[in-house]
Write a protein of this length. Structure first.
Length: 116
């Protein structure tokens, strides 16, 4: 089993920054990719960013390109999401996901609120 715990959420003014962390524990941690998703009430969960665990290659949804940066520390089994130039529409619950071939693991999420 893999356990994921997100942290770093909070409330900021528009234009501010937050850094989310997702720490993994449990079995040997070797996903093929780590994702950050976000979810707002009444909406589908959206993929925000992905990082390939071995290569470090990254992908972003267009609405966050140039503002968010995903990174990982393999030794600490932790993935980060640096969020800059935050906008009110970024207000959602942010979840991390560990991707394995046979199943995925989710954390419980961390709330991000951006005030205008």
């Amino acid at each position: 089993q893999v356990q994921l715990v997100e942290s770093g959420g909070g409330s900021v003014q528009a234009g501010g920054s937050l850094r989310l962390s997702c720490a993994a524990s449990g079995r040997t941690f070797n996903p093929f990719a780590m994702d950050w998703y976000r979810l707002a009430p009444g909406k589908d969960r959206d993929l925000v960013a992905r990082i390939m665990w071995i290569t470090g290659n990254t992908n972003y949804t267009k609405s966050v390109e140039g503002r968010f940066t995903i990174s990982r520390d393999c030794a600490k089994k932790t993935v980060y999401l640096q969020m800059d130039s935050l906008k009110p529409e970024d207000t959602e619950i942010y979840y991390c996901q560990a991707n394995y071939a046979v199943r995925n693991y989710w954390g419980r999420g961390t709330q991000v609120t951006v005030a205008s």
